[in-house]
Design a protein around this ligand. Structure first.
Ligand code: 6CS
Length: 354
């Protein structure tokens, strides 16, 4: 009797999750399969860590368009913006469990499970040239090194998505590491980003994205770090008074799927997926530049927040004092992390446009 009740409970959970997921999607393509004469399409659920109108949303919308075109409607991508399913770590769990096929997974959150991902949180490591950085994110050798870590977590790394330089916000300018002393700095949930701010003397406070606005407003944290487009769309500039632009770390997100799901995809479906993601780096780099430029302009025009830029000497001090975080990364990510660092450094050094 109890076993029957448990089975019924499990069935209801699966049904309610499916209904909940369908209700949250921003797509009405699910209706396509109900029209007479059309075979039911295969649905790929795609969960975002950002809201509609964001860089991740632009990537997902374009990917959906490409898949629809390539598969002639046989595969439908349903997009779930941030807030419709869960926090970043919860989205990754849904992909691991196979309930969601695709998701964004930012290193700031996923480095908790995949220490190698912490490399993207290290300041002053990636090239300053946009062109070199774009090449770096599509470098096949680097992708393979990273994939080993993603695979250990049951994930397939499908792409690395640049989202722009991170900007610090607080209620004062942050010119020196000393300015961070005792500052309660919100960080993403993996310890790797906390290592960096701790090295500068801050008190890191890990917290999901959705809670940051309230925490800043209520004074539970003093500052946070994100690209301009995210600061604008999450309205952080309304509850902070100074933005400091250090040009230290770029926000890079990963697009993931369940590893077994990807490997077991029908050959044609995998070809569509691979073809759809192939041209995305150029597409999204143009989008993120445009979004960051436009939103920064809007923030400025709002007149609600001042903006400071660090000069080369100030940046050099931050670089030097951040090096313990690089050591912590190597301790956490081991020999694989070391190879990843070496590859990044080699690619930066061979660049001619830096
Ligand atoms: O700060 C965060 O947690 C989030 N920031 C961005 C720009 N994207 C997703 C991530 O979760």
């Amino acid at each position: 009797m109890r076993a029957r009740a448990r089975r019924l409970g499990a069935l209801l959970l699966v049904l309610s999750t499916s209904l909940f997921l369908s209700a949250c999607s921003d797509s009405d393509d699910t209706m396509t399969g109900l029209l007479p004469g059309k075979p039911e399409p295969e649905i790929w659920r795609f969960a975002l860590e950002e809201i509609g109108g964001s860089v991740q949303d632009a990537w997902a919308q374009e990917f959906r368009r490409r898949i629809s075109e390539l598969s002639d409607g046989q595969v439908v991508v349903e997009i779930y913006p941030y807030g419709s399913i869960g926090t970043s770590p919860q989205l990754t769990r849904l992909v691991e469990d196979g309930r969601v096929q695709l998701a964004f997974a930012s290193p700031g959150h996923i480095a908790d499970d995949i220490p190698e991902a912490g490399v993207f949180l290290l300041p002053f490591l990636f090239p300053e040239s946009d062109e070199t950085n774009r090449r770096m994110l599509t470098d096949e050798a680097l992708r393979e090194l990273l994939q080993a870590g993603w695979q250990d977590a049951g994930l397939q790394l499908l792409g690395l998505v640049p989202e722009g330089w991170m900007i610090w916000t607080a209620d004062k300018p942050l010119y020196t590491p000393e300015d961070f002393t005792g500052l309660r700095m919100r960080t993403m949930t993996a310890p790797a980003q906390a290592d960096v701010f701790r090295a500068w003397g801050a008190e890191p406070v890990p917290m999901p994205y959705a809670e940051v606005y309230d925490a800043l407003q209520l004074g539970q944290v003093d500052g946070q770090s994100n690209p301009a487009f995210a600061i604008a769309e999450m309205k952080f500039h309304q509850v902070q008074s100074v933005m400091t632009v250090p040009q230290a770390t770029r926000f890079v997100a990963s697009v993931v799927s369940n590893h077994d799901w990807y490997r077991n995809l029908e050959q044609e479906h995998r070809q569509w997926l691979d073809a759809a993601r192939a041209g995305m780096p150029e597409f999204i780099d143009e989008v993120q530049h445009r979004y960051n430029r436009q939103r920064l302009q809007q923030i400025r025009e709002s007149g609600r927040i001042a903006m400071e830029r660090l000069d080369e000497d100030q940046r050099a001090r931050f670089r030097e004092t951040s090096l313990p975080a690089r050591e912590r990364f190597l301790e956490r990510a081991g020999p694989r992390g070391e190879r990843i660092l070496e590859r990044i450094q080699a690619l930066s050094e061979t660049s001619t446009d830096n």
